[in-house]
Design a protein around this ligand. Structure first.
Ligand code: ATP
Length: 273
């Protein structure tokens, strides 16, 4: 059986003032329906860029090459930008680090979720309202009816991330890509949002790619893990093997930065073999 998403030999190079910068170099990855794949690595290791390349969301200065990018049986590389956009936002959804900035400050929560339902599912007004209420309830927001008419600035960061998650799951995507979804949130809220994502993923059977720099988040969520460093995959393993017997020096450095495992200092300066 083929994978939900399969990428072979993905490379992304940016044209910059200082010359070409290779942000992703020959990455292979796959994720199946019902599976949680974590991609872990420090800031700048090319985790976001790799996923934005799949989504077709990189700026024109980026050159994307791959032997294969196949989603749900469709070769995305062969699609026109228009055909790709039809799939993206409906079958693949993405949530980002800054929930407050990701929402439009000028429109109510109800309107923003409603727009997604109108665009991808063509729902009429009454159906949009009913489905929006359902979604706000599913993501655990208190007073869902009141939230319909709330503006983003009237809500906390954690509540805004719940709204982003509601928008992302509005069209029942087959794959959700969560890019550092809890990094900007208070520690107490982080676990609630991770639990929500995993609950929704288990209920729906969608595939989930969790991009993070935090091995704690990996331990909390992942089935399988890819460790990435400077655009290159360093290690791939199921989550138990990775924590019990990490094979790569960089993986070990990331693990030793976990508070309960010893030093919690920054990774900078760690000697990599
Ligand atoms: N539009 C761009 N133009 C030039 N370089 C870019 C652009 N976007 C990203 N990069 C570079 O690509 C590299 C990888 O960035 P990326 O955002 O994927 O890292 P990351 O691992 O996701 O880290 P973070 O957690 O900070 O997002 C970085 O060196 C970054 O500076």
């Amino acid at each position: 059986m083929s994978h939900l998403l399969e990428i072979r030999n993905l490379t992304v190079t940016f044209d910059t003032a200082k010359g070409p910068l290779t942000a992703v170099s020959g990455i292979d990855l796959h994720v199946d329906a019902g599976e949680v794949l974590a991609i872990v690595g420090e800031s700048g290791s090319g985790k976001s860029v790799a996923m934005l390349a799949v989504m077709g969301l990189l700026p024109e200065t980026a050159t994307v090459g791959a032997d294969l990018v196949r989603f749900d049986g469709t070769d995305l590389m062969a699609l026109s930008p228009r055909a790709r956009r039809r799939i993206i936002g409906r079958d693949i959804a993405m949530i980002f680090q800054e929930p407050v900035a990701s929402l439009n400050p000028a429109f109510t929560v109800g309107l923003q979720i409603g727009e997604v339902l109108k665009k991808h599912q063509g729902l009429g007004r009454a159906a949009r309202r009913a489905r929006t209420l359902e979604l706000l309830e599913a993501v655990g927001l208190p007073d869902p009816a009141g939230k319909l008419t709330a503006f983003p600035h009237q809500m906390s960061g954690g509540q805004c991330q719940r709204v982003m998650i509601a928008m992302a799951i509005a069209c029942a995507p087959k794959l959700l890509i969560a890019d550092e979804p809890t990094t900007a949130l208070d520690v107490t809220i982080q676990k609630q949002i991770l639990d929500l994502l995993i609950d929704l993923q288990e209920e729906s059977g969608m595939g989930l790619i969790m991009i993070t720099h935090d091995m704690g988040v990996v331990a909390e969520t992942a089935d399988r893990v890819i460790v990435q460093y400077q655009g290159v995959k360093r290690e791939e393993a199921d989550v138990l093997s990775l924590f019990e017997a990490p094979q790569d020096s960089y993986t070990r450095a990331l693990l030793s930065a976990l508070p309960e495992r010893g030093s919690d200092g920054p990774l900078d300066g760690v000697a990599l073999q």
